[in-house]
Design a protein. Structure first.
Length: 316
């Protein structure tokens, strides 16, 4: 009986120990997630301040329209901030049905599903035509890009992005319609080549390989003119340009730094849509926040930020 009692007590002790260890790891992960979220949201606000100090044509020390990426380095981690012109996206309110179908097909990779989504947008993307009391009439306009989630055939994977397998079976991150369509974007182009998503690049003429090469090159330094793009866009390079409008998405992806100096697996992303105004007319607050997202999605979340981050800003 003593042996059986000892065995039972040992089993209980092991069970309690495992539970305590699991709960401790859970609390530690939650705490790391909260810290990474503060890094991400703080980096968005810091980037907005850099935009206010720099302006559309400001010096490279802070930000200008030729600088789509800033890397912030902190004692506890680092954040990669993407500053993307909304002119790198297709305007869902005014785009032609053909352009909408091309972009949705490039993201959904399913012609039937793409046709159902495009059909739900109505004529020229100006409204929704799906029946039912929860849908506005055909002439209603989207107020936010998230309204696309109400369309027939739309799924979170198509809207937000997902991981898909390539020909070798390896998974890689792929963006969704949120990265291609906007209520502030361009009607028919030209689209900003430094902000256009890979799916939009493919939809308007680039090959999959060309789009990937273009994205990797602009991560190192933004394109200053279309001559630097070369033949990566195929025959439809006329649908693209260098430079954006005055509305931008600021998206920060933050990772904590482990005690050994390596990046943590805990990643958080936040973003904001802002409008950059004339600093002479709207001083001291030339950057207006139109929408703030506590949670966002970025392909930078799929891998640690690349080398080259220094204290403050990595200059392109």
């Amino acid at each position: 009986m003593v042996l059986w009692l000892s065995a039972a007590l040992a089993a209980i002790a092991l069970s309690v120990s495992a539970t305590v260890r699991a709960e401790t790891e859970h609390v530690s992960t939650a705490a790391d997630g909260l810290r990474a979220w503060y890094l991400a949201t703080g980096s968005v606000e810091r980037a907005i301040q850099y935009m206010a100090w720099g302006g559309l044509e400001g010096p490279d020390r802070y930000w200008n329209r030729r600088k789509p990426r800033i890397n912030f380095n902190y004692p506890s981690g680092e954040a990669a901030v993407e500053i993307m012109a909304e002119s790198g996206k297709l305007n869902v309110l005014t785009a032609s049905p053909g352009d909408l179908m091309r972009v949705i097909s490039a993201v959904a990779s399913d012609a039937a599903q793409a046709g159902k989504i495009a059909g739900g947008l109505g004529g020229g993307g100006r409204g929704r035509s799906a029946p039912g009391p929860t849908f506005p009439g055909g002439g209603a306009s989207f107020q936010e890009i998230e309204d696309l989630l109400t369309l027939p055939g739309m799924t979170p994977e198509v809207f937000y992005g997902n991981y898909i397998a390539d020909q070798s079976g390896r998974l890689y991150a792929r963006g969704g319609l949120r990265d291609c369509l906007s209520v502030w974007g361009s009607t028919s182009g030209p689209f900003d080549v430094n902000a256009a998503s890979p799916a939009l690049l493919v939809a308007f003429g680039a090959s999959e390989q060309g789009a990937q090469q273009l994205v990797e090159r602009r991560k190192q330094a933004p394109f200053r003119n279309m001559g630097e793009v070369g033949g990566l866009l195929g025959s439809n390079s006329g649908r693209f340009r260098v430079g954006g409008n005055t509305i931008y998405t600021v998206r920060a992806t933050a990772r904590l730094r482990l005690p050994n100096g390596r990046p943590s697996e805990v990643v958080r992303t936040a973003s904001a849509v802002v409008k950059v105004l004339d600093p002479l007319l709207y001083s001291p607050n030339p950057v207006h926040v139109l929408r703030f997202y506590d949670d966002a999605w970025s392909q930078d979340a799929a891998a640690p930020p690349g080398p080259g981050s220094v204290s403050g800003v990595t200059q392109p």
